[in-house]
Ligand binder design. Structure first.
Ligand SMILES: *Cc1c(COP(=O)(O)O)cnc(C)c1O
Length: 393
């Protein structure tokens, strides 16, 4: 059996994979098993913050691997402590819980919200308001938090206690808060899987104010938009708000699995020994990689993200075959005239990897992609968008 056949025979059939076996990566390029080279604007779905096999990141990770690879949370280790310290000092948050994925980071946030509301107002105040078209993960609870029916079908009963407001509609949030016994509002400032849509600034600020007014936790899911991708360290920083809870994962580890739930003043003391945990959470190797990522997300790097973003928006907006461009920083959605799926496969045939978000082409390049390579990649995308073809979807 070749690799594709073995994968199809033995791996659970949950992913529709592109027909390519990737064997190697370097910076913003990857190679397949036949030696074909691709420019990679998929970024491992916003994970590979500094591209593939980045030298400084590899060094940080391998150095830690040679020291100690895992200890369990029964002992102190430096990388987790230093990473938590750095996350708190860069965000003003007070405590961090480490896990291994975005879904787990959100699970922790939801547990924190339930405990907070139970202590302050009573056990029946557990409902979390999320937004329609959101995405918060694949566990039964984070699926319930996800405001898209298609993800729910066939997996009921889901965890109860979630209601869904219309994005960019403050009245809709207010109504739900008044109708239900709520604990928190959870939102993505840029909805990723939902189609790369940045929320309106007024709406986000009004939701924060509603949370203050009703003593609810204001929680931001920064799993995709966080860690420099928006052009600021965290996406909420573009909005002038201060969440009580921030969840992140994907790009934090730069390619290793890590999730983090950042707890602000109101919930700093919410967890007590035994109330939450994770075997691999805070793993020293993952934390060493994340610390390297975080240290390099400085002002110069973030300015570079904004500059690359401005280039992409300017190059694509109004171009032939492009209906609209959405998103923020290096998390960009392109509504194409041609069906997105066809644009993506034609890009691939020309050596460019891009992915989908709903009916859009999604771009999630490495934050440090060289301008030359970015221009080459956008050139390919523009050519494919402008093609006139008999389309089969
Ligand atoms: C990807 C994603 C998640 C889920 O993260 P996993 O690591 O796959 O569990 C949650 N929220 C958002 C906004 C995401 O983009």
């Amino acid at each position: 059996m070749n690799i594709k056949e073995a994968d199809q025979s033995y791996i659970a059939n949950t992913y529709a994979r592109f027909p390519v076996v990737i064997t190697r990566g370097e910076g913003s390029r990857v190679w397949d098993e036949e030696g074909r080279c691709y420019l990679d604007l998929s970024g491992g779905i916003a994970v590979n913050t500094f591209g593939h096999s980045d030298a400084a990141w590899v060094q940080a990770v391998t150095e830690q691997l040679r020291q100690v690879q895992h200890t369990s949370n029964l002992y102190y280790t430096a990388p987790a402590a230093r990473l938590a310290e750095a996350l708190c000092s860069r965000t003003g948050m007070k405590k961090v819980f480490f896990s291994n994925s975005g879904a787990e980071a959100n699970e922790c946030a939801i547990k924190a919200a339930r405990r907070y509301a139970a202590e302050k107002r009573g056990q029946e105040y557990y409902t979390v308001v999320t937004l329609k078209n959101s995405f918060h993960g694949r566990t039964l609870t984070t699926l319930a938090a996800t405001g898209q029916d298609t993800f729910h079908q066939e997996f009921t009963p889901l965890t109860e206690g979630f209601v869904y407001a219309d994005a960019n509609n403050t009245e809709s949030v207010r109504r739900l808060i008044e109708e239900h016994k709520c604990a928190a509002v959870l939102l993505e400032v840029v909805q990723g899987e939902g189609g790369v849509n940045a929320l309106d600034a007024d709406f986000v600020r009004e939701v924060e104010a509603l949370c203050r007014e009703h003593d609810l936790l204001f929680m931001c899911d920064e799993v995709q938009v966080g860690n420099g991708r928006s052009g600021m360290l965290y996406g909420y920083m573009n909005y002038g708000v201060q969440p009580d809870v921030v969840t992140t994962a994907k790009g934090l580890g730069g390619g290793l699995p890590i999730g983090a739930t950042l707890l602000g003043e109101r919930v700093a003391g919410i967890f007590t020994p035994g109330s939450h945990g994770s075997t691999f959470g805070g793993n020293p190797v993952c934390c060493a990689g994340a610390l390297n990522v975080l240290e390099r997300l400085d002002e110069a790097c973030l300015a570079g993200v904004r500059e690359r973003s401005a280039y992409i928006f300017q190059a694509l907006t109004g171009a032939e075959g492009v209906e609209s461009v959405s998103g923020m920083g290096l998390m960009i959605g392109v509504k194409t005239v041609r069906p997105a799926g066809n644009v993506i496969s034609d890009c691939m045939a020309r050596g460019l990897l891009v992915i989908k978000a709903k009916d859009k082409v999604r771009l999630l390049p490495a934050l440090n992609i060289p301008m030359e390579e970015l221009k080459e990649a956008i050139g390919i995308l523009l050519a494919v968008c402008a093609e006139k073809k008999e389309e089969t979807v």
